[in-house]
Design a binder for this molecule. Sequence first.
Ligand SMILES: Nc1ncnc2c1ncn2[C@@H]1O[C@H](COP(=O)(O)OP(=O)(O)O)[C@@H](O)[C@H]1O
Ligand SMILES: [Mg+2]
Length: 403
Amino acid sequence: MHLMGFLSNLRACLEGTFKGGRHAAGSDAEANAADSYDLFFELRTLQIATNFFSDLNQLGHGGFGPVFKGLMPNGQEVAVKKLSVDSRQGLREFINEVKLLLKIQHKNLVTLLGCCAEGPEKMLVYEYLPNKSLDYFLFDKMKSASLDWTMRFRIVTGVARGLLYLHEEAPERIIHRDIKASNILLDEQLNPKISDFGLARLFPGEDTHVNTFRISGTHGYMAPEYAMHGYLSVKTDVFSFGVLVLEIVSGRKNHDSRHGAEKADLLSYTWTLYQDRKALEVVDSSLIKCNRDEAAMCIQLGLLCCQQSIADRPDMNSVHLMLSSESFTLPKPGKPAIQGRIGRWTTTSTTAFTNTNTNTNTNTNTNASSSSNTGISKISGGNSFVEDYSRNSISYSSIDEGR
Ligand SMILES: Nc1ncnc2c1ncn2[C@@H]1O[C@H](COP(=O)(O)OP(=O)(O)O)[C@@H](O)[C@H]1O
Ligand SMILES: [Mg+2]
């Protein structure tokens, strides 16, 4: 299999079927000149790189489709995401979005290399991250020991940095919508890189993508105003980030019924402990050493990010400041949004408008005060539907890397 793969890659190389990806470009001028050429990977190249999308190469399967590991003729490892959900987006729009996403670059974001739009499926090609995603480490008792406190704190600050870039510094504001442990990939040094940013832009205006996010994402990460009413803002991401921080500190999933009814929901359990001044009890017991001040700050920050009122959640600028400044005194959190986020719920919203850059004053029962730059939008909820919260996510990942 290995030899065959190598030979076919070699053949592809000799035949010149390997076309592009941005890594092929030299200078900026060159990159611009070869703009559209450079953006595309040929289907044939990706087929060969992934052994024809073989099961052995499959890294996982999320709400948008499967992800495959590929080896390019020049030796570069890539991850190819097949978008099997029909976006009903035209090719031109798809390419424009990919062009925009190629400009979104930061050390805490997974690099998009290009796309493939031949054949029935559209595909995105990313850099391959050898350590896969944070959930592999965090929620596996054998592996989580290798994530010591220093690393965990570095992951928290790295994700905060990446989100700050998406919200405030990128060429266009990106609300991620699906921040969760499996969307935090880790490089060789276990530095965090946010993946799947901008994916929502490829599925505009359709109920499908909202449903897809709801299905692929973990409901426990979703801010209640988004889960129930489809109201979207940068603070939606802040909420998910808060849940993620609590998971990183505690080394457990945000909802885990194995812990018993009282502790199953991480957010409400942490809040109970916090009120009893026992917050540090939530810290992962498998951590041999832990900086208690940093851990206490992370817990408080996690709770702050998960406040019911959108206005009470900090923005990523403040989060970044809180994490990087030693003298910063964090505000005391009130009760976080425990309702509206878990349990069985329905959505009844019918109005469809999805422009995430539109500031819309909304009339919600969630105390949603839309600040001028919050960019709150309402997403079409489509038909009412009920979902089962006992599952964290329908996405799964293969344990073996297939190589
Ligand atoms: N660039 C990548 N490098 C390595 N592994 C990846 C990459 N992208 C995705 N994966 C793996 O594939 C799995 C499935 O990805 P995805 O389709 O985004 O679903 P989800 O994020 O819901 O898990 C991820 O959990 C991750 O472990
Ligand atoms: Mg993902």
